[in-house]
Write a protein that binds this ligand. Structure first.
Ligand SMILES: C[S@@+](CC[C@H](N)C(=O)[O-])C[C@H]1O[C@@H](n2cnc3c(N)ncnc32)[C@H](O)[C@@H]1O
Length: 357
């Protein structure tokens, strides 16, 4: 059952918006209309990202998105507006600016702050947000999230630990991302389902209790662990998740750079939504969140400003759900000329991946 009847059901379920998410959030999404937001924005890596075309050539594939930032007049204007309009966030940003100055990181944080304000606005009181980032900016983003949501709405810092080819580095290998989990309100009314079965019992637990479900026994006047006859489903899932990245020849791979594994989104959606709830991904890229939402019977709304992302979402939906998934794309006409050559490249890649699979 959905948490609440949704005003979006008829209007935007299965909608892929094509454009800048700030503008789209402001123009299209009403207050308190979304149950869960997962966002995986650029991480402030200072790089541009290109499509994998499935062919090894010296030239990269077409650019998917840019993750370079400059503090310019527009950033100053946006910063001033945030400071004027949002007291606590304004003070946090002024503090960060005092420390960082008008640099690339500050430009990134102002851009993110504008969007986080809108995400807070569109969330229902029972809703949650999962902000995916990495240690480049996670410490600053947590300050922005605390300033917008309130530190009392912080729930977890989830560590997504993965393995990939080691790189040459005069430090430890970087092999984790950070997902900041906040709820819209602090009072515990948010949707949350404890997940079991993802982690092994510890060796010491197995030795002492075996694999039977434990139950508290108060018969002796104090709490003492006892055992039931039922097999345990395992410990409740912790905040450190070990999930493989999408392999170079993995079935899931669509050729979109930074594509996240469906297993990651599945955990988030199963834990923090109910069937029928509205899930929004304002930086949807290849549409991992949207595909998982569709499979799990959630309503979804995706936003991305990259033509490559838009096309990849359509390939994903068609490939996973054939004609059973219906979606609409709301875009502006200027993007259309880019789509035709791109469609060829992606279809070719998908064909390659299908052959491999
Ligand atoms: C890290 S990727 C998301 C990858 C995605 N989670 C997946 O699994 O494929 C970030 C995406 O944000 C998009 N993006 C960046 N800035 C944006 C903006 N202002 N409005 C809309 N989309 C934006 C980029 O085009 C890119 O597709």
């Amino acid at each position: 059952m959905p948490s609440h009847p949704s005003v979006l059901t008829a209007q935007y379920n299965g909608t892929l918006f094509f454009g800048d998410n700030l503008d789209i959030l402001r123009r299209h999404l009403p207050n308190g209309s979304v149950d869960l937001v997962y966002l995986d924005p650029p991480f402030q890596s200072g790089r541009t990202y290109h499509l994998y075309t499935g062919v090894r050539t010296p030239a990269p594939g077409p650019m998917a998105f840019d993750d370079t930032w400059t503090f310019g007049p527009h950033t100053q204007w946006a910063l001033d507006a945030l400071v004027r309009e949002h007291d606590r966030l304004g003070r946090a940003l002024v503090g960060l600016y005092g420390f960082l100055g008008p640099c690339d990181m500050m430009a990134y944080l102002v851009t993110m702050a504008e969007r986080i304000v809108e995400i807070h606005r569109v969330l229902r009181l029972t809703g949650s947000v999962f902000l995916h980032c990495d240690p480049t900016a996670s410490h600053y983003l947590k300050i922005v999230m605390d300033a917008v949501f309130g530190p009392e709405c912080f729930r977890n810092e989830i560590i997504w630990r993965y393995r990939r080819w080691p790189t040459k580095a005069h430090r430890f290998q970087r092999m984790h991302d950070v997902i900041l989990y906040y709820t819209r309100t602090p009072n515990g009314c948010h949707t949350f389902h404890t997940l079991y079965g993802y982690e092994e019992l510890s060796e010491s637990t197995k030795k002492t209790f075996g694999t039977k479900k434990q139950k508290a026994d108060f018969s002796a006047g104090h709490r003492k662990p006892g055992l039931s006859d039922e097999e345990t489903a395992g410990p409740p899932l912790s905040d450190v998740w070990e999930i493989g990245v999408i392999a170079a020849k993995g079935k899931e791979r669509l050729g979109y750079p930074t594509q996240k594994p469906e297993a990651l989104l599945e955990r988030i959606l199963l834990a923090a939504t109910n069937e029928g709830d509205v899930v929004l991904d304002p930086f949807c890229g290849s549409g991992t969140t949207l595909g998982v939402a569709q499979r799990l019977g959630r309503q979804w709304i995706g936003i991305d400003r990259s033509a490559e992302a838009r096309h990849t979402v359509e390939v994903r939906m068609r490939r996973s759900f054939g004609k059973t998934a219906r979606w609409i794309v709301i875009d502006d006409d200027t993007a259309k000329p880019q789509l035709r050559p791109l469609a060829k490249i992606i279809s070719k890649h998908v064909q390659i991946m299908n052959e491999v699979a």
